[in-house]
Ligand binder design. Structure first.
Ligand code: SRM
Ligand code: SF4
Length: 556
């Protein structure tokens, strides 16, 4: 086979890494540079970290003939995105001591810290370890953070479904002890056998993502994952899961072979044993059949292109030794977070805080980081991160609610969450500049000000209450899931974005490119025209995404 003779360089790095150890220890000790060796840059991802540099300072550093300002981003593995108040306090302190201080809630329900210097990586990981937190497999060609619908108030069987996120994450952890040896000083046992039946020594051809949705909320954007599990609940009883496979949002400008895709439905399984087996075997199918020559075409979606959905299902049933039943009915009605207070069936309270683009920091008008710290100090609320980059202060007992409420009021968090407009509250942006090496345009640093310019347009047409989803990414990799929004802005160059429209509100239809490389003025003008037509021609309750799809995408 051509691919076998033409493996991508990362394949060699993985197989010759001695269980992801590589020369990471040596790289760490090298004091001449703030960077690590090139091969180790691929390996460190499997340990939940990325080498980055401050892109705002590249020119200045180069002019002074200095090495770029290298630092590391560390991403935690938090299946389902749940942590205790003690863990939040710990993350707060680690962020202050070792990183830029900003705690970034990601689109996959976990948190990242940026700007960690090489000499601070070990203390950071060690501090996380004392908090019972790790970053194993948060990045790399393995299964990533497993998502699960975040809000326990929305389903009586939430806990039962939620437990699957942890089980799947554990099932798909690499077996190597490298993380413990390199970062936590565990002694390496020379003759220890680390058989890894799932990943072997080659791991997966590419990153792999799994999410679990609990209808009617698709807050995890389940179809954008390699595997999407949809809980089937009948009469408040968990009957099993529908399994979809082959989602993925990335494309590359100018590479027609790459494209975003939603997962295809494979069928239904009932027992826990069967669910875990099916998830496991989809991963082995991808391991054995995924493209290892071209990383741009290595995700499961492209494997499915070659095998066909029926081919994948047939192979899956063969490997599992059981048949999938036809998918059971389900309905998604929403994808958004329910801001403010909500109560669950057991009487506990949940407050969803609006965190713009997931950035937890103290700003003059909004001391969010301090507020969350003080709330965590009460010990009365858990922290649950949502796939929409927000945090839910959760599991608050009735008698403790006034205390949490008081702090939300004291720091202006409640007012901020209530006042933010519908467009802003439903929007997402990826990190992009200044840390993402792949960014072509700004995203999280720019979207808030762009929204401030779009809001007057919405007001002009009395659309300010419309819950339109707008998502921006600094490149077409889709980290802010921009292809799955009603309005997607996808960076092409600094200050320019492709405008995509026509995605639906619940994550079952992707958007389509409508205009190329628009600057801010062009974007605002086009949106003005689109909103004008929408308001004049829409049918009663037709939302913007559906209208745009009918009018401008299908009608094209
Ligand atoms: Fe992502 C790469 C940030 C969710 C698709 N993503 C990156 C890197 C690590 C850049 C890099 O490779 O050096 C970004 C780091 C920026 C920084 O400075 O922090 C990055 N991705 C993010 C986060 C932090 C965006 C955010 O603002 O929240 C999200 C972290 C999620 C997590 O906790 O694990 C994040 N990335 C996503 C998603 C959305 C999702 O998973 O729901 C996608 C689209 C879905 C998908 O995977 O298809 C996504 N990221 C990518 C890709 C394209 C992968 C591909 O199939 O080709 C890359 C580039 C790559 O892997 O080569 C990428
Ligand atoms: Fe970076 Fe592109 Fe992902 Fe944004 S979408 S974080 S620019 S890789």
């Amino acid at each position: 086979m051509k691919e076998k003779n033409n493996l991508s360089p990362v394949e060699r790095i993985k197989t010759s890494s001695d269980g992801l150890r590589g020369t990471l220890k040596e790289s760490l000790h090298d004091q001449i540079t703030g960077a690590i060796r090139e091969d180790d840059q691929s390996l460190i991802k499997f340990h939940g970290m990325y080498q980055q540099d401050d892109r705002d300072r590249r020119e200045e550093r180069s002019a002074k003939k200095l090495e770029w300002l290298y630092s590391f981003m560390i991403r935690l593995r938090l299946p389902g995105g749940l942590i205790t108040p003690e863990q939040w306090l710990g993350i707060h302190h680690v962020a202050g001591e070792h990183s830029t201080g900003v705690i970034k809630i990601t689109t996959r329900q976990t948190v990242q810290l940026h700007g960690i210097l090489k000499s601070h990586i070990k203390p950071t990981i060690q501090a996380f370890n004392t908090l019972n937190l790790d970053s194993i497999a948060a990045c790399g060609d393995v299964n990533r953070n497993v998502m699960c619908s975040a809000h326990p108030g929305q389903s009586a069987i939430h806990e039962q479904v939620f437990a699957f996120a942890d089980k799947i994450s554990t099932l798909a952890l690499p077996k190597t002890r490298a993380y413990y040896e390199i970062w936590l000083d565990e002694e390496q046992i020379a003759d220890r056998k680390e058989e890894d039946p799932l990943y072997q020594d080659r791991y997966l051809p590419r990153k792999f993502k799994i999410a679990i949705a609990i209808p009617p909320n698709n807050d995890v954007d389940v179809f954008t994952n390699d595997i999407g599990l949809i809980a089937v609940v009948e009469n408040n009883e968990l009957k099993g899961f529908n399994i979809a496979a082959g989602g993925g949002l990335s494309a590359t400008h100018g590479n027609a072979a790459t494209y975003p895709r939603l997962a295809s439905m494979l069928g239904f399984v009932d027992t826990e044993e069967k669910v875990l087996k099916a998830v496991y075997e989809i991963m082995t199918i991808q391991r054995d059949n995924g493209n290892r020559a071209d990383r741009k075409l290595a995700r499961l979606k492209y494997t499915i292109d070659r095998m066909g959905v029926d081919g994948l299902k047939e192979e899956l049933e063969k490997r599992c030794g059981f048949k999938l039943e036809p998918a059971r009915p389900y309905t998604f009605a929403t994808r958004k977070d329910q801001y403010g207070w909500q109560q669950n069936h057991a009487g506990n309270w949940f407050y969803t805080v609006f965190v713009e683009n997931g950035r937890v920091l103290d700003e003059e008008q909004l001391p969010l980081k301090t507020a969350l710290y003080e709330i965590a100090q009460t010990g009365k609320a858990n922290f649950r991160f949502t796939g929409n980059q927000n945090v839910i202060l959760s599991d608050v007992r009735d008698e403790d609610k006034p205390l949490v409420d008081e702090l939300l009021e004291k720091f202006g968090i409640a007012g901020h969450t209530e006042r933010a407009g519908a467009l802003r509250k439903n929007a997402m942006a990826c990190v992009a500049f200044n840390t993402c090496p792949l960014a072509l345009a700004e995203a999280q640093r720019y979207l808030p000000s762009l929204i401030s310019k779009i809001e007057p347009l919405l007001e002009k047409y009395n659309l300010q209450e419309e819950e339109i989803t707008l998502r921006m990414t600094g490149c077409p990799n889709g980290c802010g899931r921009s292809p799955a929004a009603e309005i997607g802005l996808i960076g092409t160059a600094y200050g320019e974005y492709n405008l995509h429209i026509g995605g639906d509100r619940i994550g079952e239809r992707l958007n389509t490119k409508y205009k190329d490389s628009q600057n801010e003025e062009q974007l605002l003008q086009t949106l003005d025209e689109l909103f004008h037509t929408y308001v004049n021609e829409r049918k009663d309750s037709e939302n913007f995404g559906d209208f745009a799809y009918q009018k401008w995408i299908q009608g094209k």
